[in-house]
Design a protein around this ligand. Structure first.
Ligand code: CS2
Ligand code: MG
Length: 405
């Protein structure tokens, strides 16, 4: 089962995706997602120039050895570019192993721990009322857990709230340079309590509510927010503060029982080892694409399980259906799976590139029992959507200081 070719694609059906295809001498191939939002070409170069030549002729079955070879063997460990590249290789190799075994990847991990995967959907709006209208529509569709985000009155653009802009590139304007947003903690606090007070009243107690702060608060401000939102019983508060200093989460913990979630930018277990070990968070939100693939996620998930931390993988639109499939297999298996973020795949262009058959019913996702990951990538369709440079926004305080997000 030797590797014959490693192909790398950067395509843009509405937003950029980096996709890897590993082809073996037998003709069996696997696919992986290496998308790193705003830094796509760096990962593509890492794969094409530095990684692909080392893989030709290796046995595709040696997933762990290849992972260690690419992680330990190169001297430069970790880092988002490196780990996204390793992740895509790892996913593609699990896909191949599943196809050879004629089993879905979750079977190779140890089988199912549950019948389906609980999802949380996004309700985002230009104001509190339109956010809550969207939340009610999601409830009608059967979702049991909803993330509420609203634009902040008095601030120009709020990240994650697309408004009337339907396309990611529309939001960025005609100039392919990072858009800029403004942040004010004071204005945010005025909006957020109102959002959850009204949201809980309108949606009742049977719907789980979640919220993403995008790391805009300091630890003590996060502590205040956690306390403020306690009456509304959130499933979790995500990315309340940056945790480069992992001890800083103690400040939040000391003050509030609101459950905390973090991890969508993490690359390895080392980024969250103390957060998990000290039980400073309740959910770890790493993604297969950014944390070393299925192999990397399994390590984080198992370590989290020992410390009563659940998994809640990242599921933003910049993660391709290949990453979502990887999460489905991990989530079906992991004893400590919590919830999966889900924004849907209703972009027609994207669905011509990636064929998948995820189904969603009553707020739960299911996959059919296909060998491997169960997702395919159409090279020809991808060639119709060439790469377009784009950036994530930059956040500034009202006085112009560059801020966290
Ligand atoms: C967000 C993402 O889904 C989330 O929770 O934080 O939209 C995130 O900002 C993007 O994936 C960044 O690439
Ligand atoms: Mg987030």
């Amino acid at each position: 089962m030797n590797i014959k070719q490693v192909k790398v694609f950067v395509s843009s059906p509405g937003r950029n995706f980096v996709t890897v295809k590993i082809i073996t001498e037998s003709g069996i191939y696997g696919v992986g997602d290496a998308t790193l939002n705003g830094r796509e070409m760096a990962v593509a170069a890492m794969l094409e120039e530095h990684i692909a030549p080392c893989l030709i002729g290796r046995n595709a079955h040696d997933i762990e050895d290849i992972w260690q070879y690419l992680y330990k063997g190169v001297y430069w460990r970790r880092g988002p570019v490196n780990m996204a590249a390793i992740a895509a290789i790892d996913m593609a190799l699990w896909d191949i192993k599943g196809k050879v075994a004629n089993l879905p990847v979750y079977q190779l991990l140890g089988g199912k721990s549950r019948k389906g995967v609980n999802l949380y959907a996004h309700a985002s709006g230009e104001d509190v009322d339109s956010t809550l209208e969207k939340a009610q529509e999601l409830v009608k569709k059967g979702f049991k857990a909803i993330r509420l985000q609203s634009a902040i009155p008095g601030l120009s653009v709020t990240y994650g709230v697309l408004g009337d802009k339907k396309d990611y590139f529309e939001l960025q304007g005609s100039r392919p340079l990072p858009p800029e947003e403004t942040w004010s903690t004071a204005k945010y606090f005025d909006m957020v309590e109102n959002l959850f007070a009204k949201g809980r009243e309108l949606l009742g107690n049977d719907i789980h509510l979640l919220h993403d702060v995008h790391s805009r608060l300091t630890p003590i401000e996060s502590a205040r927010l956690g306390k403020l939102l306690e009456p509304y019983n959130l499933l979790f508060l995500e990315d309340a503060s940056i945790a480069e200093n992992q001890n800083s989460y103690d400040v939040i913990r000391q003050h509030t029982t609101t459950p905390l979630a973090i991890g969508e930018t993490y690359n390895t277990l080392w980024d969250c080892k103390n957060l998990i070990e000290e039980q400073r968070v309740d959910y770890i939100r790493a993604a297969a694409t950014h944390a070393g693939g299925i192999t990397g996620m399994r390590r984080i998930g198992d370590f989290a399980n020992v410390h009563n931390v659940k998994t809640a993988p990242h599921g933003a639109p910049d993660l391709s259906p290949i990453c979502f499939a990887a999460h489905m297999h991990l989530n079906l298996h992991a004893p400590n799976f919590g919830i999966q973020e889900f924004v849907g795949f209703d972009n027609a262009g994207l669905n011509t590139l990636f064929s998948h058959d995820f189904t969603v019913e009553n707020g739960m996702a299911f996959i059919p029992d296909k060998p491997g990951l169960g997702v395919d990538f159409n090279e020809e369709a991808a060639s119709k959507y060439p790469y377009k440079r784009s950036y994530l926004p930059v956040s500034r305080l009202e006085d112009g200081t560059v801020w966290n997000w």
